[in-house]
Design a protein around this ligand. Structure first.
Ligand SMILES: Cc1cc2nc3c(=O)[nH]c(=O)nc-3n(C[C@H](O)[C@H](O)[C@H](O)COP(=O)(O)O)c2cc1C
Length: 179
């Protein structure tokens, strides 16, 4: 599995990704974590050259990221909710996946969409963030197999107080992958 972490701070998304990696390792499931915000990734210029040959003109960390994604069946996105939608780091990353659209390399891959939000569930903020990830999946022809919202996480380590909820989510992931 590959986890794409949509926040560059050592915060809730970071802690969750590492908890998942730890939990899956116990089941002998290998996880790669990518944090686009801490990588060198040019912003897509929209030149559309990749539509012709599936290759981006930029040489940066996206080359290796795309190689990793090509070989993974499960791609788990964790987005911090920002203005009700996905983070800018994730959007920049997604735009640079356009070479994979051209080659249809994302088609049929399994997406797990996770959003973390400061607001409570009743305010639907994380739900809206999830729906932005689902729209990407639809466009990329990926199959969404699981979604999860973690709410009431304002401070950088609030998710560490949700031990049971995190463990239940990891159990669901294991069940899914081992099915
Ligand atoms: C620019 C910005 C916008 C945000 N917008 C929202 C929002 O619309 N709804 C919400 O519930 N939380 C919002 N938050 C709070 C973050 O979603 C929350 O703190 C989350 O836990 C951050 O994840 P991280 O610790 O992985 O960075 C926002 C935070 C920032 C920095």
């Amino acid at each position: 599995m590959v986890i794409i972490v949509g926040s560059r701070r050592e915060g809730n998304s970071y802690y969750l990704a590492n908890k998942i990696k730890e939990g899956l390792a116990k089941e002998r499931i290998r996880t790669t974590i990518i944090t686009p915000g801490n990588q060198k990734i040019h912003i897509c210029t929209g030149c559309m050259d990749c539509d012709k040959n599936g290759v981006c003109d930029f040489t940066d960390d996206m080359k290796n990221n795309i190689d990793i994604l090509k070989n993974e069946e499960y791609i788990l996105f964790i987005t911090p909710t920002r203005w009700n939608i996905l983070s800018g780091d994730l959007k920049i990353f997604m735009d640079r996946l356009n070479p994979m659209y051209a080659t249809q390399d994302l088609k049929g891959k399994k997406m797990i969409a996770v959003a973390i939000a400061a607001k409570g569930k009743e305010l639907y903020s994380s739900e809206a963030a999830i729906s932005s990830l689902l729209s990407f999946a639809e466009s990329a022809k990926m199959n969404v197999v699981l979604t999860k919202e973690f709410n009431n996480c304002l401070y950088s380590n609030d998710i560490l107080n949700k031990e049971n909820e995190v463990q239940d989510f990891i159990n669901e992931l294991v069940k899914l992958i081992n099915a």
